[in-house]
Design a protein around this ligand. Structure first.
Ligand code: HEM
Length: 442
């Protein structure tokens, strides 16, 4: 059966995506109009199919290949092959190694005190701002998550963490800027910023090299240490440098926006915020921050975070390329097709999420979760290319939320419009500004 979708246009579909304000919104509209499986035009893909039905998605969950064209903008950040599109035989051992560190409790516990200290620094800064106008959540919280992942990936061996953070921001601004800049603006692109980004990239690579040398000299094998594990596994230096860059890239904006969107929603739902703080007071008592073991007792906070990532998935979509023909319900997808994962449209599928636009954390009680198909909720993607950092991200986000919500009340700024746009992650166009006031005066 022919897959439904809009008639092809001469511009290859670019105009329709731009008119919608980005691929994620375009997908939402396409699925609303044509149903759960839609064929659409995507530059560089002969056949592109978007799937917003969690049951049909199962048929794609084994695919271990990403379409190169969609991720080629990340190639300059890698020296030993673009990690986003590594062939399956190279990707599988790399993934296993990454998971052995990122998904393990020892690595989360080991970095927890440092994560708490970094979060407390932000909270102290905000405490001084209380009464002096709103804070910019997205800016401060994405920077916090960059500091956290820096500490996580590079450990305490870095001489100048501030410079690492600045250099990484410079690299990202340039490379993501290239992706989102219009061609006309691209021509005006200043050579200076490109050169600055090259220098910043070289600096970061040199920093990683120094950490590698220190690990080798130390001779210690520590499975909770990312660089240590890569060295121990005999990875070549270029692949280690690439892995650190890619991990920082994947971890940084995503975790920061997850926390920002959650606080945004809580600011608009004071009754939910109240329940979160009740739980925090009950579990933490007078303590300002949770210990690692407390996190699993913060069950309502976790439900709130999950519901926030349903409504605002930090990474709004993913993609695969079929290596053989695939049956998708009543449709047949040819080999070499791009299968698009519209995470946002999946999370807004009213068949599984009644009144999908409503913020209802109770959707994530174990009983409710058990009623839904496995892939109805996929903020971290799925299958062999799904996010290796999901466990770490949840730990980081819950810790940050716990510290901030224990200490502050968040209120929206009247008249400030919070508008989601796609900028590699689901970003708020003009930040998320909120008034922050201490919960316990004094
Ligand atoms: C809330 C935070 C985060 C979200 C929502 C998120 C989401 C995602 C998504 C949607 C993908 C693509 C998955 C797919 O194609 O199926 C991805 C990939 C990835 N993420 Fe995350 N991520 C987060 C945090 C992190 C963190 C903290 C790390 C590492 C420390 C990380 C490391 C990675 C890596 C390495 C990949 C590439 C996976 C591969 O190609 O095998 N992410 N993430």
């Amino acid at each position: 059966m022919r897959i439904p979708g809009p008639e092809p246009r001469a511009d290859g579909g670019v105009g329709a995506v731009a008119a919608a304000g980005g691929l994620h919104v375009y997908q939402l509209r396409l699925h609303a109009e044509y149903g759960p499986v839609v064929r659409f035009q995507l530059p560089g893909a002969e056949t592109a199919v978007s799937v917003a039905d969690p049951v049909l998605l199962e048929a794609t969950a084994h695919i271990d290949k990403r379409p190169e064209r969609l991720f080629e903008f990340l190639a300059p950040l890698c020296e030993a092959g673009n990690l986003q599109v590594l062939p399956a035989d190279e990707h599988t051992p790399w993934r296993r190694l990454l998971l052995s560190v990122l998904a393990g409790r020892p690595s989360h516990e080991r970095h927890f005190a440092r994560f708490t200290a970094l979060t407390t620094e932000v909270a102290d800064r905000w405490a001084k701002r209380a009464g002096h106008g709103p804070v910019e959540l997205q800016k401060d919280l994405t920077e916090l998550s960059l500091r956290m992942i820096c500490a996580y990936a590079l450990g305490g061996d870095v001489e100048d963490p501030d410079r690492v953070v600045t250099a990484f921001e410079e690299v990202l601004t340039e490379y993501l800027g290239r992706l989102y800049r219009t061609p006309a603006a691209e021509r005006e692109e200043s050579r200076k910023s490109a050169e600055g980004a090259e220098e910043a990239l070289a600096y970061l690579r040199a920093v990683v090299d120094r950490v590698v040398v220190a690990r080798r000299a130390g001779g210690r094998v520590d499975r909770s240490d990312l660089v240590g594990a890569l060295v121990d596994a005999g990875e070549r230096p270029a692949r280690i440098r690439d892995t650190v860059m890619m991990t920082m890239l994947a971890a940084h904006h995503t975790t920061g926006v997850a926390v920002s969107w959650t606080l945004h929603l809580l600011g608009r739902h004071p009754e939910v915020a109240e329940r979160v703080t009740e739980e925090l007071d009950r579990v933490l008592g007078d303590r300002a921050a949770p210990g690692y073991a407390d996190l699993r007792r913060l069950t309502y906070l976790e439900m709130v975070l999950k519901e926030a990532m349903r409504l605002y998935p930090p990474g709004p979509y993913g993609a695969r390329e079929t290596t053989e023909a695939l049956a998708l319900g009543e449709y047949e997808i040819p080999a070499g097709a791009t299968v698009f994962y519209p995470f946002w449209a999946v999370h807004m599928n009213a068949d599984y999420w009644p009144e999908p636009e409503k913020f209802v954390p109770e959707r994530f009680t174990p009983e409710e979760v058990a009623k839904r198909p496995r892939l109805a909720y996929i903020p971290f993607g799925l299958g062999p290319r799904g996010c290796e950092g999901a466990g770490l991200a949840m730990v980081e986000a819950e810790l940050v939320l716990a510290v901030l919500l224990k200490r502050f009340r968040f209120r929206p700024v009247p008249g400030h419009e919070v508008r989601p746009i796609e900028r590699f992650v689901l970003w708020a166009a003009d930040d998320i500004r909120m008034f922050v006031s201490p919960r316990v005066p004094g």
